[in-house]
Design a binder for this molecule. Structure first.
Ligand code: NOJ
Length: 567
């Protein structure tokens, strides 16, 4: 028995229905939050040249693609998701030449590039919105956004009582008295997707980046673009009560797929066709609409990111999503962490479970009630996170990793109010702490200063405990979390066969066991009690403990990959 088996089946290309090779179906996609990845020019904000300089790191990690959160010119009212110009680079992050150099560096190492498209809203600094404000009520410039008269005798009340996703009212009044809709921050006015110029402009944007060699797109709040704002507008309570059946006035409308059908023809003009993944928070039954080949082609499922580390819950989610993906002809996506949620190592380390709260609410409460000192078991959380990651990386479909999870980073909870940036914090008056804690620049070295992130102070404060998680502190240790991710991604390349799995019944309700074609077994224990194995050659174990490498057992709160004994 060896801890790292080298006789696994050779890789076979994954080919979707229709015989079109599609790199994204089984890809490991690494999300870079550019302002917090690596700062080459020392201004405290990460930049594109920082990513270029870390291309070797990404190659060594073994990812297939990098997805960049927005790097476009932005006032940073929402971490870059307030885009002032969709076809340029924020000067603080570089230039278009820097972008080309980054793409060349990544492509040169076999890593694809996915960029973020934010079509529901622009920044209030976008040329269109400035023109809309300057041109006044009733102008063609205003027609690209959603302007309405107010209510009340003098129009000083908003058109409706709708709340923005980040808290506070969803309408903002402009000096001439009209109101505009912003589903997110005030600085993010919603676009009118029934306007032909809006539609044409995003096609230009897709072509612009595709022509520059981008391999795919992640579509921000893909379910929110089209709206039916026929008067009289419903109240917030009425909106809430309406079924989300494709005719809802604001969410997941059937007519949004006219947009994506057009986009798909544009993306398919390229060779290879450009990929796209929808960030669509919709009922699972409606996910296939976005994931169909004639639409965006793939859609995130966030079910695991919202789940307890529980065997039955994980199994149900995995089975449901594989079935949904098959129904659409797509492959499933798996996500445990991203830039919008408390890091999974932390979610899994917060006690108590069984408190009746969903993990997301528990994490929000933990952040509010003081963070680290308040019942976070760092070691346990990371142990469970490593097990969950290995479970997910064995699944058919593509896995999206979020920068820093490969370092075992926890959420940074204790960011002082005056350093916080997330509009959620401000718009809720601090009732929600927001998402800054997973967006803190990642540690590369153990050096004081900014832990090798850059030469200046990082734009969000990094805690002292980051040193132990630095790349430099883990690099040479195969059992570190970084070592585990590297070994897992390398081993996973041998697992690229048919997109199938078979469940093996374990007789224990805290143990999941599935097998992939080629006899590749994945066993996860969601509890303290080890689970005995019946032979097999261990490929990888999420927990390095005496006795695990021999394939005799899976320790508590761990995952083991093993290959069945032949014959
Ligand atoms: C979803 C993005 O992931 C999030 O970060 C952003 O705040 C909203 N969309 C608004 O663009």
């Amino acid at each position: 028995m060896t801890a790292q088996d080298t006789t696994a089946p050779a890789p076979t290309a994954s080919t979707p229905p229709g015989d079109v090779p599609a790199w994204w179906r089984q890809a490991v996609v690494y999300q870079v939050y550019p302002r917090s990845f690596a700062d080459a020019d020392g201004d405290g904000l990460g930049d594109l040249t920082g990513i270029t300089r870390r291309a070797d790191y990404l190659a060594e990690l073994g990812v297939d693609a990098v997805w960049l959160s927005p790097f476009y010119p932005s006032e940073l009212a929402d971490g870059g998701y307030d885009v002032a110009d969709y076809r340029d680079v924020d000067p603080r992050l570089g230039t278009l030449d820097d972008f080309d150099a980054m793409v060349a560096a990544l492509h040169g190492r076999g890593i694809r590039v996915v960029v973020d498209i934010v079509p529901n809203h622009t920044s209030d600094q976008h040329a269109w919105f400035r023109a809309a404000l300057a041109a006044g009520p009733g102008s063609p410039e205003r027609a690209r956004y959603i302007f309405r008269e107010g209510t009340g005798p003098d129009g000083s009340e908003p058109p409706t009582d709708w709340e923005s996703t980040f808290g506070g009212p969803a309408w903002e009044r402009v000096p001439d008295g009209q109101w505009y809709l912003h589903s997110f921050a005030t600085e993010q006015p919603d676009l009118a997707w029934d306007h032909p110029e809006v539609r044409a402009d995003f096609v230009r944007t897709l072509r612009f980046w595709s022509d520059r060699g981008v391999d795919g797109f992640r579509i921000d709040v893909a379910h929110m673009l089209t709206k039916d704002l026929t008067e009289p507008l419903p109240s917030a309570a009425e909106i809430e009560a309406l079924p989300r059946d494709g005719n809802h006035p604001l969410y997941d409308r059937d007519d949004v797929h006219e947009v994506y059908a057009e986009w798909r023809t544009v993306l398919d003009d390229y060779d290879p066709p450009r990929a796209a993944v929808a960030e669509a928070w919709v009922d699972s039954e409606r996910v296939p609409l976005y994931a169909r080949p004639e639409s965006l082609g793939q859609s995130f499922n966030f079910d695991l990111l919202l789940a307890e580390p529980d065997a039955a819950e994980f199994r149900r989610i995995i089975a449901d999503n594989l079935e949904l993906a098959a129904r659409s002809g797509s492959s499933s996506t798996w996500v445990l962490s991203n830039h919008d949620v408390v890091r999974h190592a932390t979610r899994y380390g917060i006690a108590p479970r069984g408190d009746g709260l969903a993990p997301r609410e528990r994490a929000a409460r933990w952040l509010l009630e003081g963070g680290p000192e308040n019942g976070l078991d760092r070691e346990h959380g990371l142990r469970v996170a490593r097990a969950a990651t290995l479970l997910v990386l064995g699944l058919p479909g593509s896995t999206y990793l979020y920068q820093g999870e490969e370092l075992g980073l926890h959420e940074v909870a204790d960011i002082p109010a005056e350093r916080r940036q997330d509009p959620t914090f401000f718009r809720t008056g601090g009732a929600q702490v927001g998402r800054d804690g997973c967006r803190v620049p990642i540690p590369w070295t153990t050096d004081a200063g900014s832990f090798g992130f850059g030469t200046g102070d990082a734009h969000l404060p990094q805690p002292a405990w980051f040193a132990a998680h630095a790349v430099a502190a883990q690099e040479t240790d195969p059992d570190s979390t970084l070592g585990l991710y590297r070994r897992a991604l390398a081993a996973r390349r041998r697992l690229q066969g048919a997109e199938e799995l078979t469940w093996v019944e374990t007789g224990r309700d805290d143990v999941l066991h599935y097998v992939r074609p080629g006899g590749w077994h994945v066993v996860t224990v969601f509890g303290d009690e080890p689970y005995p194995l019946d032979g097999g050659r261990v490929v990888l174990a999420s927990t390095a403990e005496d006795g695990d490498a021999d394939g005799a057992r899976v320790p508590g709160w761990s995952t083991v990959w093993y290959l069945a004994d032949e014959g």
